[in-house]
Design a binder for this molecule. Structure first.
Ligand SMILES: CC(=O)N[C@H]1[C@@H](OP(=O)(O)OP(=O)(O)OC[C@H]2O[C@@H](n3ccc(=O)[nH]c3=O)[C@H](O)[C@@H]2O)O[C@H](CO)[C@@H](O)[C@@H]1O[C@H](C)C(=O)N[C@@H](C)C(=O)N[C@H](CCC(=O)O)C(=O)O
Ligand SMILES: Nc1ncnc2c1ncn2[C@@H]1O[C@H](COP(=O)(O)OP(=O)(O)OP(=O)(O)O)[C@@H](O)[C@H]1O
Length: 495
Protein backbone atom coordinates (compact mmCIF):
# COMPACT_ATOMS: atom_id res chain seq x y z
CA UNK A 1 0.00 0.00 0.00
CA UNK A 2 1.26 3.45 -0.90
CA UNK A 3 -0.05 6.89 -0.10
CA UNK A 4 1.14 10.47 -0.62
CA UNK A 5 2.17 11.94 2.72
CA UNK A 6 0.24 15.11 1.83
CA UNK A 7 -2.96 13.11 1.44
CA UNK A 8 -2.41 11.13 4.63
CA UNK A 9 -1.70 14.28 6.62
CA UNK A 10 -4.69 16.03 5.14
CA UNK A 11 -6.95 13.24 6.39
CA UNK A 12 -5.89 13.88 9.96
CA UNK A 13 -5.74 17.65 9.74
CA UNK A 14 -1.96 18.11 9.41
CA UNK A 15 -0.11 20.18 6.85
CA UNK A 16 2.62 18.75 4.63
CA UNK A 17 4.43 20.55 1.83
CA UNK A 18 6.60 17.68 0.60
CA UNK A 19 5.84 15.41 -2.34
CA UNK A 20 6.71 12.18 -0.61
CA UNK A 21 5.04 8.85 -0.94
CA UNK A 22 5.14 6.40 1.97
CA UNK A 23 4.49 2.66 1.87
CA UNK A 24 4.02 2.04 5.59
CA UNK A 25 4.25 3.49 9.10
CA UNK A 26 6.59 2.21 11.83
CA UNK A 27 7.37 3.25 15.40
CA UNK A 28 10.32 0.90 15.83
CA UNK A 29 13.52 1.85 13.98
CA UNK A 30 14.54 -1.82 13.85
CA UNK A 31 11.49 -2.68 11.77
CA UNK A 32 11.73 0.19 9.27
CA UNK A 33 11.66 -0.76 5.58
CA UNK A 34 12.68 1.46 2.66
CA UNK A 35 9.89 4.01 2.07
CA UNK A 36 8.35 3.94 5.58
CA UNK A 37 7.29 6.87 7.76
CA UNK A 38 8.92 6.63 11.22
CA UNK A 39 7.06 7.91 14.28
CA UNK A 40 9.36 8.58 17.25
CA UNK A 41 7.74 7.87 20.60
CA UNK A 42 8.94 8.85 24.07
CA UNK A 43 8.52 5.46 25.67
CA UNK A 44 8.55 3.97 29.13
CA UNK A 45 11.96 2.38 28.64
CA UNK A 46 13.60 4.24 25.81
CA UNK A 47 13.11 7.34 23.72
CA UNK A 48 12.24 6.74 20.07
CA UNK A 49 13.79 10.12 19.17
CA UNK A 50 17.24 8.66 19.81
CA UNK A 51 16.62 6.15 17.00
CA UNK A 52 15.72 8.68 14.31
CA UNK A 53 19.06 8.38 12.52
CA UNK A 54 18.82 4.59 12.71
CA UNK A 55 15.36 4.79 11.14
CA UNK A 56 16.71 7.00 8.33
CA UNK A 57 19.62 4.60 7.79
CA UNK A 58 17.09 1.78 7.46
CA UNK A 59 15.12 3.66 4.78
CA UNK A 60 12.64 5.99 6.52
CA UNK A 61 11.59 8.76 4.12
CA UNK A 62 9.95 11.05 6.69
CA UNK A 63 9.90 11.35 10.48
CA UNK A 64 7.33 12.46 13.01
CA UNK A 65 8.28 13.22 16.59
CA UNK A 66 7.25 15.36 19.54
CA UNK A 67 10.65 16.79 20.46
CA UNK A 68 12.92 19.32 18.83
CA UNK A 69 15.55 17.65 16.72
CA UNK A 70 19.01 17.77 18.25
CA UNK A 71 20.74 16.90 14.97
CA UNK A 72 19.67 17.59 11.39
CA UNK A 73 18.38 14.63 9.41
CA UNK A 74 18.33 14.11 5.68
CA UNK A 75 14.55 13.57 5.47
CA UNK A 76 11.66 15.86 6.47
CA UNK A 77 10.87 16.00 10.20
CA UNK A 78 7.44 17.00 11.50
CA UNK A 79 7.11 17.98 15.13
CA UNK A 80 3.71 17.33 16.73
CA UNK A 81 2.17 17.65 20.22
CA UNK A 82 1.83 13.96 20.96
CA UNK A 83 3.41 11.26 18.78
CA UNK A 84 1.46 8.33 20.25
CA UNK A 85 -1.89 9.97 19.70
CA UNK A 86 -0.86 10.95 16.19
CA UNK A 87 0.40 7.44 15.42
CA UNK A 88 -3.04 6.11 16.17
CA UNK A 89 -4.71 8.61 13.84
CA UNK A 90 -2.13 7.99 11.10
CA UNK A 91 -2.52 4.21 11.29
CA UNK A 92 -6.29 4.54 11.17
CA UNK A 93 -6.14 6.83 8.12
CA UNK A 94 -3.47 4.71 6.38
CA UNK A 95 -5.68 1.61 6.70
CA UNK A 96 -8.69 3.59 5.45
CA UNK A 97 -10.70 3.77 8.68
CA UNK A 98 -11.30 0.01 8.69
CA UNK A 99 -13.70 0.17 11.65
CA UNK A 100 -16.47 1.31 9.33
CA UNK A 101 -16.40 -2.05 7.49
CA UNK A 102 -17.43 -3.84 10.67
CA UNK A 103 -19.64 -3.64 13.72
CA UNK A 104 -17.06 -3.09 16.43
CA UNK A 105 -17.42 -4.08 20.09
CA UNK A 106 -14.75 -2.92 22.56
CA UNK A 107 -14.62 -4.32 26.09
CA UNK A 108 -12.74 -2.81 28.99
CA UNK A 109 -12.67 -3.44 32.76
CA UNK A 110 -10.35 -4.99 35.33
CA UNK A 111 -11.82 -8.48 35.14
CA UNK A 112 -14.12 -10.25 32.73
CA UNK A 113 -12.90 -8.76 29.44
CA UNK A 114 -11.72 -12.07 27.98
CA UNK A 115 -14.75 -14.00 29.21
CA UNK A 116 -17.20 -11.38 27.91
CA UNK A 117 -15.35 -11.18 24.58
CA UNK A 118 -15.51 -14.97 24.17
CA UNK A 119 -19.20 -14.96 25.12
CA UNK A 120 -20.05 -12.30 22.56
CA UNK A 121 -17.94 -13.97 19.90
CA UNK A 122 -19.77 -17.22 20.67
CA UNK A 123 -23.23 -15.57 20.50
CA UNK A 124 -22.36 -14.02 17.13
CA UNK A 125 -20.85 -17.11 15.53
CA UNK A 126 -23.55 -19.44 16.93
CA UNK A 127 -26.05 -17.26 15.12
CA UNK A 128 -24.34 -17.46 11.74
CA UNK A 129 -22.27 -14.26 11.88
CA UNK A 130 -18.57 -14.00 11.24
CA UNK A 131 -16.55 -12.34 13.98
CA UNK A 132 -12.94 -11.49 14.72
CA UNK A 133 -11.70 -11.70 18.30
CA UNK A 134 -8.77 -9.68 19.62
CA UNK A 135 -7.61 -10.19 23.20
CA UNK A 136 -5.33 -11.70 25.81
CA UNK A 137 -5.62 -15.34 24.80
CA UNK A 138 -5.11 -14.78 21.07
CA UNK A 139 -6.45 -13.17 17.94
CA UNK A 140 -8.95 -14.82 15.61
CA UNK A 141 -9.19 -13.05 12.26
CA UNK A 142 -11.09 -14.53 9.30
CA UNK A 143 -11.36 -17.79 11.25
CA UNK A 144 -7.59 -18.07 11.70
CA UNK A 145 -5.98 -18.20 15.14
CA UNK A 146 -2.94 -16.04 15.87
CA UNK A 147 -0.88 -15.79 19.04
CA UNK A 148 -1.26 -12.56 20.95
CA UNK A 149 1.58 -10.74 22.64
CA UNK A 150 -0.55 -7.89 23.98
CA UNK A 151 -4.23 -7.85 24.99
CA UNK A 152 -4.66 -4.74 22.86
CA UNK A 153 -2.11 -4.68 20.04
CA UNK A 154 -0.16 -1.54 19.12
CA UNK A 155 -1.91 1.01 16.92
CA UNK A 156 -0.44 -0.16 13.62
CA UNK A 157 -0.92 -3.90 14.20
CA UNK A 158 -4.47 -3.25 15.38
CA UNK A 159 -5.52 -1.12 12.41
CA UNK A 160 -3.91 -3.62 10.02
CA UNK A 161 -5.81 -6.51 11.64
CA UNK A 162 -9.13 -4.70 11.37
CA UNK A 163 -8.29 -3.77 7.78
CA UNK A 164 -7.50 -7.40 6.92
CA UNK A 165 -10.54 -8.81 8.71
CA UNK A 166 -13.36 -9.76 6.40
CA UNK A 167 -15.55 -10.62 9.39
CA UNK A 168 -18.78 -8.73 9.94
CA UNK A 169 -18.01 -8.12 13.61
CA UNK A 170 -14.87 -7.39 15.58
CA UNK A 171 -14.98 -8.09 19.31
CA UNK A 172 -11.94 -6.80 21.14
CA UNK A 173 -10.57 -6.36 24.62
CA UNK A 174 -9.29 -2.89 25.29
CA UNK A 175 -6.78 -2.74 28.14
CA UNK A 176 -6.15 0.37 30.22
CA UNK A 177 -2.56 0.32 28.92
CA UNK A 178 -3.92 0.27 25.39
CA UNK A 179 -6.20 3.22 26.11
CA UNK A 180 -3.49 5.18 27.91
CA UNK A 181 -1.13 4.61 24.98
CA UNK A 182 -3.68 5.51 22.27
CA UNK A 183 -3.52 2.04 20.72
CA UNK A 184 -7.18 2.43 19.73
CA UNK A 185 -8.29 5.31 17.56
CA UNK A 186 -11.21 7.73 17.90
CA UNK A 187 -14.61 6.78 16.49
CA UNK A 188 -13.83 3.06 16.56
CA UNK A 189 -16.67 1.34 18.34
CA UNK A 190 -20.37 0.69 17.86
CA UNK A 191 -20.48 -0.70 21.41
CA UNK A 192 -18.17 0.04 24.31
CA UNK A 193 -18.61 -2.29 27.26
CA UNK A 194 -17.28 -1.77 30.78
CA UNK A 195 -17.26 -4.79 33.10
CA UNK A 196 -15.90 -3.47 36.40
CA UNK A 197 -13.00 -1.71 38.04
CA UNK A 198 -11.11 -2.93 41.08
CA UNK A 199 -7.54 -2.86 42.36
CA UNK A 200 -5.05 -3.68 39.57
CA UNK A 201 -2.15 -2.23 37.57
CA UNK A 202 -1.25 0.37 40.18
CA UNK A 203 2.38 -0.16 39.20
CA UNK A 204 1.48 1.55 35.91
CA UNK A 205 -1.43 3.89 36.67
CA UNK A 206 -0.26 4.73 40.22
CA UNK A 207 -3.76 5.37 41.62
CA UNK A 208 -7.29 4.15 41.01
CA UNK A 209 -8.54 7.54 39.78
CA UNK A 210 -5.93 7.59 36.97
CA UNK A 211 -6.71 3.96 36.20
CA UNK A 212 -10.43 4.84 35.98
CA UNK A 213 -9.74 7.81 33.71
CA UNK A 214 -7.77 5.53 31.35
CA UNK A 215 -10.67 3.08 31.17
CA UNK A 216 -13.12 5.89 30.60
CA UNK A 217 -11.22 6.88 27.44
CA UNK A 218 -12.86 3.93 25.68
CA UNK A 219 -16.10 5.89 25.68
CA UNK A 220 -14.44 8.73 23.75
CA UNK A 221 -13.81 6.17 21.03
CA UNK A 222 -17.46 5.49 20.19
CA UNK A 223 -18.71 6.05 16.66
CA UNK A 224 -21.34 8.80 16.31
CA UNK A 225 -24.18 6.34 16.83
CA UNK A 226 -22.21 4.22 19.31
CA UNK A 227 -23.61 3.00 22.62
CA UNK A 228 -22.16 2.28 26.02
CA UNK A 229 -22.95 -0.78 28.17
CA UNK A 230 -21.78 -0.38 31.74
CA UNK A 231 -21.61 -2.93 34.55
CA UNK A 232 -22.77 -0.99 37.60
CA UNK A 233 -21.87 -3.61 40.20
CA UNK A 234 -18.70 -1.79 41.27
CA UNK A 235 -18.93 1.81 42.47
CA UNK A 236 -16.66 2.86 39.60
CA UNK A 237 -19.23 1.43 37.20
CA UNK A 238 -21.96 3.39 38.99
CA UNK A 239 -19.90 6.53 38.58
CA UNK A 240 -19.14 5.84 34.92
CA UNK A 241 -22.81 5.22 34.19
CA UNK A 242 -23.80 8.54 35.80
CA UNK A 243 -21.07 10.47 34.01
CA UNK A 244 -21.88 9.01 30.58
CA UNK A 245 -25.60 9.58 31.16
CA UNK A 246 -24.91 13.23 32.01
CA UNK A 247 -22.69 13.53 28.95
CA UNK A 248 -25.68 12.38 26.85
CA UNK A 249 -23.95 9.21 25.64
CA UNK A 250 -26.55 6.46 25.07
CA UNK A 251 -25.83 4.08 27.92
CA UNK A 252 -27.29 0.82 29.24
CA UNK A 253 -26.44 -0.35 32.72
CA UNK A 254 -26.25 -3.89 34.00
CA UNK A 255 -25.91 -5.20 37.49
CA UNK A 256 -28.07 -6.24 40.37
CA UNK A 257 -30.05 -2.98 40.59
CA UNK A 258 -33.02 -2.32 38.32
CA UNK A 259 -32.76 0.95 36.42
CA UNK A 260 -34.77 2.57 33.71
CA UNK A 261 -33.78 0.05 31.01
CA UNK A 262 -36.08 -2.46 29.34
CA UNK A 263 -33.67 -5.29 30.07
CA UNK A 264 -32.44 -6.01 33.57
CA UNK A 265 -31.52 -8.78 35.96
CA UNK A 266 -34.54 -9.86 37.97
CA UNK A 267 -32.77 -12.44 40.08
CA UNK A 268 -30.08 -15.08 39.94
CA UNK A 269 -28.80 -18.17 41.66
CA UNK A 270 -25.17 -19.05 41.52
CA UNK A 271 -25.25 -22.27 43.55
CA UNK A 272 -25.08 -25.09 42.71
CA UNK A 273 -25.42 -24.03 39.06
CA UNK A 274 -25.61 -20.54 37.65
CA UNK A 275 -28.99 -19.27 36.47
CA UNK A 276 -30.07 -15.76 35.56
CA UNK A 277 -33.63 -14.57 35.41
CA UNK A 278 -33.76 -11.68 33.00
CA UNK A 279 -36.64 -9.28 32.49
CA UNK A 280 -36.64 -8.25 28.85
CA UNK A 281 -39.31 -5.83 27.61
CA UNK A 282 -41.84 -7.20 30.08
CA UNK A 283 -41.07 -10.87 29.42
CA UNK A 284 -39.16 -13.05 31.86
CA UNK A 285 -36.42 -15.44 30.67
CA UNK A 286 -34.30 -17.98 32.53
CA UNK A 287 -30.76 -18.60 31.36
CA UNK A 288 -29.03 -21.70 32.72
CA UNK A 289 -25.29 -21.31 32.30
CA UNK A 290 -22.85 -24.20 31.96
CA UNK A 291 -20.07 -22.14 33.51
CA UNK A 292 -20.36 -21.46 37.23
CA UNK A 293 -19.89 -18.28 39.24
CA UNK A 294 -21.75 -15.08 39.97
CA UNK A 295 -19.08 -13.17 38.03
CA UNK A 296 -19.94 -15.17 34.93
CA UNK A 297 -23.64 -14.40 35.38
CA UNK A 298 -22.70 -10.72 35.29
CA UNK A 299 -20.51 -11.27 32.23
CA UNK A 300 -23.44 -13.08 30.58
CA UNK A 301 -25.80 -10.23 31.42
CA UNK A 302 -23.57 -7.62 29.75
CA UNK A 303 -23.21 -9.84 26.68
CA UNK A 304 -26.98 -10.46 26.61
CA UNK A 305 -27.74 -6.72 26.58
CA UNK A 306 -25.20 -6.07 23.84
CA UNK A 307 -26.42 -8.95 21.66
CA UNK A 308 -30.06 -7.92 22.12
CA UNK A 309 -29.29 -4.34 21.07
CA UNK A 310 -27.47 -5.64 18.00
CA UNK A 311 -30.77 -7.24 17.04
CA UNK A 312 -30.71 -10.90 18.13
CA UNK A 313 -33.89 -12.29 19.65
CA UNK A 314 -33.93 -13.44 23.29
CA UNK A 315 -34.14 -17.06 22.06
CA UNK A 316 -31.04 -16.67 19.86
CA UNK A 317 -29.00 -15.14 22.67
CA UNK A 318 -30.15 -17.60 25.33
CA UNK A 319 -29.51 -20.61 23.07
CA UNK A 320 -25.91 -19.46 22.58
CA UNK A 321 -25.27 -18.49 26.21
CA UNK A 322 -26.54 -21.83 27.50
CA UNK A 323 -24.09 -23.64 25.21
CA UNK A 324 -21.12 -21.45 26.13
CA UNK A 325 -18.30 -23.61 27.54
CA UNK A 326 -16.11 -20.79 28.88
CA UNK A 327 -12.95 -19.04 27.77
CA UNK A 328 -9.64 -20.93 27.76
CA UNK A 329 -8.07 -21.15 31.24
CA UNK A 330 -10.99 -19.39 32.93
CA UNK A 331 -12.40 -21.75 35.58
CA UNK A 332 -11.51 -24.79 33.50
CA UNK A 333 -12.38 -27.94 35.45
CA UNK A 334 -10.62 -31.31 35.26
CA UNK A 335 -12.09 -34.33 37.06
CA UNK A 336 -9.58 -36.82 38.41
CA UNK A 337 -10.16 -40.62 38.45
CA UNK A 338 -10.48 -40.59 42.26
CA UNK A 339 -13.35 -38.09 42.27
CA UNK A 340 -11.41 -34.96 43.10
CA UNK A 341 -11.36 -31.86 40.92
CA UNK A 342 -8.68 -29.52 39.59
CA UNK A 343 -9.67 -26.03 38.45
CA UNK A 344 -7.47 -23.74 36.38
CA UNK A 345 -8.27 -20.05 36.48
CA UNK A 346 -6.75 -16.75 35.36
CA UNK A 347 -7.64 -14.72 38.47
CA UNK A 348 -4.81 -12.34 39.23
CA UNK A 349 -6.50 -9.53 41.12
CA UNK A 350 -7.99 -9.56 44.63
CA UNK A 351 -11.51 -9.21 43.26
CA UNK A 352 -11.07 -11.84 40.52
CA UNK A 353 -9.57 -14.19 43.10
CA UNK A 354 -12.48 -13.70 45.54
CA UNK A 355 -14.93 -14.57 42.76
CA UNK A 356 -12.95 -17.58 41.57
CA UNK A 357 -12.41 -18.99 45.08
CA UNK A 358 -15.98 -18.40 46.21
CA UNK A 359 -17.17 -20.22 43.09
CA UNK A 360 -14.71 -23.04 43.75
CA UNK A 361 -16.15 -23.54 47.23
CA UNK A 362 -19.54 -24.26 45.60
CA UNK A 363 -18.03 -26.83 43.28
CA UNK A 364 -16.05 -28.74 45.93
CA UNK A 365 -17.52 -30.86 48.71
CA UNK A 366 -14.52 -31.27 50.98
CA UNK A 367 -11.14 -29.57 51.29
CA UNK A 368 -10.10 -26.82 48.88
CA UNK A 369 -6.40 -26.44 48.00
CA UNK A 370 -5.05 -23.36 46.23
CA UNK A 371 -1.82 -22.77 44.33
CA UNK A 372 -0.78 -19.33 43.14
CA UNK A 373 2.04 -16.82 42.89
CA UNK A 374 2.73 -13.29 41.74
CA UNK A 375 4.24 -11.87 38.59
CA UNK A 376 7.52 -10.08 39.12
CA UNK A 377 7.56 -6.39 38.33
CA UNK A 378 3.77 -6.05 38.61
CA UNK A 379 1.63 -4.30 41.20
CA UNK A 380 3.06 -5.49 44.54
CA UNK A 381 0.40 -3.75 46.59
CA UNK A 382 -2.23 -6.43 45.85
CA UNK A 383 -0.20 -9.41 47.11
CA UNK A 384 -0.96 -9.29 50.85
CA UNK A 385 -4.69 -8.95 50.21
CA UNK A 386 -4.65 -11.89 47.80
CA UNK A 387 -2.98 -14.18 50.36
CA UNK A 388 -5.53 -13.07 52.95
CA UNK A 389 -8.41 -13.89 50.58
CA UNK A 390 -6.91 -17.24 49.65
CA UNK A 391 -6.39 -18.49 53.19
CA UNK A 392 -9.92 -17.36 54.09
CA UNK A 393 -11.57 -19.50 51.39
CA UNK A 394 -9.12 -22.41 51.21
CA UNK A 395 -8.02 -25.08 53.64
CA UNK A 396 -4.50 -25.33 52.23
CA UNK A 397 -2.64 -22.64 50.32
CA UNK A 398 0.62 -23.10 48.42
CA UNK A 399 2.46 -19.98 47.34
CA UNK A 400 4.67 -20.63 44.37
CA UNK A 401 6.52 -18.89 41.55
CA UNK A 402 4.76 -17.22 38.64
CA UNK A 403 6.63 -15.34 35.86
CA UNK A 404 9.58 -13.55 37.42
CA UNK A 405 9.70 -10.88 34.70
CA UNK A 406 13.36 -10.17 35.41
CA UNK A 407 13.01 -10.11 39.23
CA UNK A 408 15.56 -12.26 41.09
CA UNK A 409 14.08 -15.59 42.12
CA UNK A 410 15.51 -15.26 45.62
CA UNK A 411 13.76 -11.94 46.18
CA UNK A 412 10.40 -13.33 45.09
CA UNK A 413 10.79 -16.47 47.23
CA UNK A 414 11.73 -14.30 50.21
CA UNK A 415 8.57 -12.26 49.70
CA UNK A 416 6.46 -15.42 49.43
CA UNK A 417 7.84 -16.60 52.80
CA UNK A 418 7.08 -13.17 54.33
CA UNK A 419 3.54 -13.27 52.98
CA UNK A 420 2.97 -16.81 54.28
CA UNK A 421 4.24 -16.10 57.83
CA UNK A 422 1.01 -15.01 59.53
CA UNK A 423 -0.93 -18.09 58.40
CA UNK A 424 -0.72 -21.71 59.50
CA UNK A 425 -2.43 -22.95 56.31
CA UNK A 426 -0.09 -21.16 53.88
CA UNK A 427 3.05 -22.97 52.68
CA UNK A 428 5.69 -21.99 50.12
CA UNK A 429 6.75 -24.46 47.41
CA UNK A 430 8.74 -22.36 44.99
CA UNK A 431 8.72 -24.72 41.98
CA UNK A 432 5.26 -24.35 40.41
CA UNK A 433 5.17 -27.79 38.79
CA UNK A 434 6.33 -29.40 42.03
CA UNK A 435 3.62 -27.54 43.97
CA UNK A 436 1.00 -28.88 41.55
CA UNK A 437 2.34 -32.44 41.85
CA UNK A 438 2.39 -32.30 45.65
CA UNK A 439 -1.07 -30.79 45.96
CA UNK A 440 -2.83 -33.17 43.54
CA UNK A 441 -1.10 -36.03 45.29
CA UNK A 442 -2.87 -35.03 48.50
CA UNK A 443 -6.38 -34.75 47.05
CA UNK A 444 -9.00 -37.19 48.32
CA UNK A 445 -12.40 -37.90 46.83
CA UNK A 446 -14.48 -34.70 47.03
CA UNK A 447 -11.45 -32.40 47.46
CA UNK A 448 -10.52 -29.73 44.97
CA UNK A 449 -7.42 -27.85 43.88
CA UNK A 450 -7.61 -24.46 42.21
CA UNK A 451 -4.53 -23.13 40.42
CA UNK A 452 -4.75 -19.44 39.58
CA UNK A 453 -2.84 -16.68 37.83
CA UNK A 454 -1.68 -18.18 34.57
CA UNK A 455 -4.77 -19.71 33.01
CA UNK A 456 -3.71 -21.08 29.61
CA UNK A 457 -0.48 -19.06 29.42
CA UNK A 458 2.86 -20.75 28.95
CA UNK A 459 5.40 -20.78 31.77
CA UNK A 460 8.24 -18.31 31.39
CA UNK A 461 10.31 -20.11 34.00
CA UNK A 462 11.77 -23.61 33.91
CA UNK A 463 10.42 -25.96 36.53
CA UNK A 464 11.23 -29.52 37.65
CA UNK A 465 8.68 -31.17 35.37
CA UNK A 466 9.09 -30.37 31.66
CA UNK A 467 5.57 -29.04 31.14
CA UNK A 468 4.63 -25.69 29.66
CA UNK A 469 1.32 -24.81 31.29
CA UNK A 470 -0.60 -25.51 34.50
CA UNK A 471 -3.01 -27.73 32.57
CA UNK A 472 -0.17 -29.75 31.04
CA UNK A 473 1.34 -30.26 34.49
CA UNK A 474 -1.98 -31.48 35.88
CA UNK A 475 -2.55 -33.84 32.94
CA UNK A 476 1.01 -35.17 33.19
CA UNK A 477 0.50 -35.99 36.86
CA UNK A 478 -2.80 -37.71 36.14
CA UNK A 479 -1.31 -39.66 33.22
CA UNK A 480 1.60 -40.79 35.37
CA UNK A 481 -0.65 -41.85 38.21
CA UNK A 482 -2.87 -43.85 35.82
CA UNK A 483 0.23 -45.65 34.47
CA UNK A 484 1.41 -46.17 38.06
CA UNK A 485 -2.04 -47.44 39.17
CA UNK A 486 -2.25 -49.84 36.19
CA UNK A 487 1.23 -51.20 36.90
CA UNK A 488 0.40 -51.61 40.58
CA UNK A 489 -2.92 -53.23 39.72
CA UNK A 490 -1.25 -55.67 37.28
CA UNK A 491 1.41 -56.57 39.85
CA UNK A 492 -1.28 -57.21 42.47
CA UNK A 493 -3.16 -59.44 40.03
CA UNK A 494 0.01 -61.41 39.18
CA UNK A 495 0.56 -62.02 42.88
C1 LIG B 1 4.75 -0.38 29.54
C2 LIG B 1 4.12 -0.62 28.22
O1 LIG B 1 2.94 -0.87 28.14
N1 LIG B 1 4.93 -0.54 27.14
C3 LIG B 1 4.37 -0.69 25.80
C4 LIG B 1 4.80 0.50 24.95
O2 LIG B 1 6.17 0.53 24.94
P1 LIG B 1 6.90 1.92 24.87
O3 LIG B 1 6.29 2.73 23.79
O4 LIG B 1 6.95 2.55 26.20
O5 LIG B 1 8.31 1.40 24.33
P2 LIG B 1 9.83 1.60 24.71
O6 LIG B 1 10.41 0.25 24.77
O7 LIG B 1 10.05 2.54 25.85
O8 LIG B 1 10.41 2.29 23.38
C5 LIG B 1 10.06 3.62 22.98
C6 LIG B 1 10.04 3.70 21.47
O9 LIG B 1 11.36 3.48 20.96
C7 LIG B 1 11.29 2.58 19.89
N2 LIG B 1 12.59 1.92 19.70
C8 LIG B 1 13.16 1.20 20.69
C9 LIG B 1 14.38 0.57 20.46
C10 LIG B 1 15.02 0.70 19.20
O10 LIG B 1 16.10 0.18 18.92
N3 LIG B 1 14.38 1.44 18.26
C11 LIG B 1 13.19 2.05 18.46
O11 LIG B 1 12.66 2.69 17.58
C12 LIG B 1 10.18 1.62 20.31
O12 LIG B 1 9.66 0.91 19.20
C13 LIG B 1 9.17 2.62 20.87
O13 LIG B 1 8.37 3.17 19.87
O14 LIG B 1 4.28 0.35 23.63
C14 LIG B 1 4.71 -0.84 22.96
C15 LIG B 1 4.06 -0.86 21.58
O15 LIG B 1 2.70 -0.68 21.65
C16 LIG B 1 4.29 -2.07 23.74
O16 LIG B 1 4.80 -3.23 23.12
C17 LIG B 1 4.83 -1.99 25.17
O17 LIG B 1 4.22 -3.06 25.87
C18 LIG B 1 5.05 -3.79 26.78
C19 LIG B 1 5.90 -4.80 26.02
C20 LIG B 1 4.14 -4.50 27.79
O18 LIG B 1 4.50 -5.50 28.36
N4 LIG B 1 2.97 -3.97 28.03
C21 LIG B 1 1.98 -4.57 28.96
C22 LIG B 1 2.15 -4.02 30.38
C23 LIG B 1 0.59 -4.24 28.43
O19 LIG B 1 0.42 -3.34 27.62
N5 LIG B 1 -0.39 -4.99 28.89
C24 LIG B 1 -1.79 -4.79 28.50
C25 LIG B 1 -2.72 -5.72 29.28
C26 LIG B 1 -2.64 -5.50 30.74
C27 LIG B 1 -3.61 -6.41 31.47
O20 LIG B 1 -4.82 -6.11 31.50
O21 LIG B 1 -3.15 -7.42 32.01
C28 LIG B 1 -1.99 -5.19 27.04
O22 LIG B 1 -2.81 -4.56 26.36
O23 LIG B 1 -1.38 -6.20 26.63
N1 LIG C 1 -17.06 -9.96 35.98
C1 LIG C 1 -16.09 -10.38 36.76
N2 LIG C 1 -15.91 -9.86 38.00
C2 LIG C 1 -14.90 -10.28 38.81
N3 LIG C 1 -14.03 -11.25 38.48
C3 LIG C 1 -14.17 -11.81 37.26
C4 LIG C 1 -15.19 -11.41 36.34
N4 LIG C 1 -15.08 -12.16 35.23
C5 LIG C 1 -14.02 -12.95 35.42
N5 LIG C 1 -13.47 -12.77 36.64
C6 LIG C 1 -12.28 -13.41 37.25
O1 LIG C 1 -11.14 -12.80 36.66
C7 LIG C 1 -10.34 -13.75 35.94
C8 LIG C 1 -9.90 -13.15 34.63
O2 LIG C 1 -11.05 -13.08 33.79
P1 LIG C 1 -10.94 -12.61 32.31
O3 LIG C 1 -9.75 -13.22 31.70
O4 LIG C 1 -12.25 -12.75 31.66
O5 LIG C 1 -10.64 -11.06 32.61
P2 LIG C 1 -9.75 -10.03 31.82
O6 LIG C 1 -10.35 -8.72 32.13
O7 LIG C 1 -9.68 -10.41 30.40
O8 LIG C 1 -8.33 -10.16 32.46
P3 LIG C 1 -6.95 -9.92 31.64
O9 LIG C 1 -7.00 -8.59 31.02
O10 LIG C 1 -5.92 -9.98 32.69
O11 LIG C 1 -6.88 -11.01 30.65
C9 LIG C 1 -11.24 -14.96 35.75
O12 LIG C 1 -10.46 -16.10 35.64
C10 LIG C 1 -12.13 -14.90 36.97
O13 LIG C 1 -11.49 -15.48 38.07
Amino acid sequence: MKIALKKLFQQIGLLCDEDIEINGIEFDSRKINEGNLFVAISGHISDGHTFIQAAVDNGAVAIIGEKELKKEVSVPYYQVENSRSLLSKLANAFFQEPQYKHKMIGITGTNGKTTSAYMLHHILTSNGKTASLIGTVGYIINGEQHESSLTTPDAITLQKMIFESKDEYVVMEVSSHGLDQYRVACQMFDYALFTNLTHEHLDYHLDLETYYQSKKKLFNCLKTEGKAIVGTYTHWGERLYRELYNEKIPVFSYGQKKRRENIYLKSYTSTPTATLIVQDHGEEYQIHMKIPGKHNLLNALGSYICARDIGFSPGEVIYALEKFEGAPGRFEQILTPIGSKVIIDYAHTPDGLSHALETATYCINNDLYHIFGFRGNRDRSKRKEMVEISQKYCNHVYLTLDDLNGIEEELMVKELFELSKPYANVTVIKDRSEAIYQAIGLLQNGDGLIITGKGPEKYNEQYTYPTLTDKETVLRFLQESIIYDEKYHNQEQQR
